[in-house]
Design a protein around this ligand. Structure first.
Ligand SMILES: [Zn+2]
Length: 98
């Protein structure tokens, strides 16, 4: 089980999604990029976290071999188990963006 608050998040970008009603958050942990999809702008709910790797590598969380985007975009099963905590973290730390 991940402890979201203890992860060294970097390069966080929060922006409205161009493909659905909601937001997308790009973030980096341990030199790997991830994309967090959040539905609905007024009452946000977490949809999923996808790998957003620039180079083929093993995900340090789910231990899958991930290909560079766009091929490698698939859900990270380890982050999937922690979606509510992840959304709560970003809403608290970046309340201006919500
Ligand atoms: Zn993963």
């Amino acid at each position: 089980m991940l402890t979201i608050r203890e992860l060294p998040f970097e390069a966080i970008q929060i922006y409205p999604s161009s493909s659905f009603e909601g937001r997308e958050i790009l973030f980096r942990v341990h030199h790997h990029d991830y994309q967090f999809l959040i539905g609905n702008s007024t009452h946000p709910f977490p949809l999923g976290v996808k790998h957003f790797f620039k180079e083929k590598d093993i995900c340090p969380f789910c231990h899958k071999l991930i290909y560079a985007v766009p091929l490698g975009q698939q859900l990270c099963l380890e982050f999937q188990k922690n979606l509510p905590a992840l959304l709560q973290f970003f809403q608290e730390e970046y309340s201006d963006a919500f």
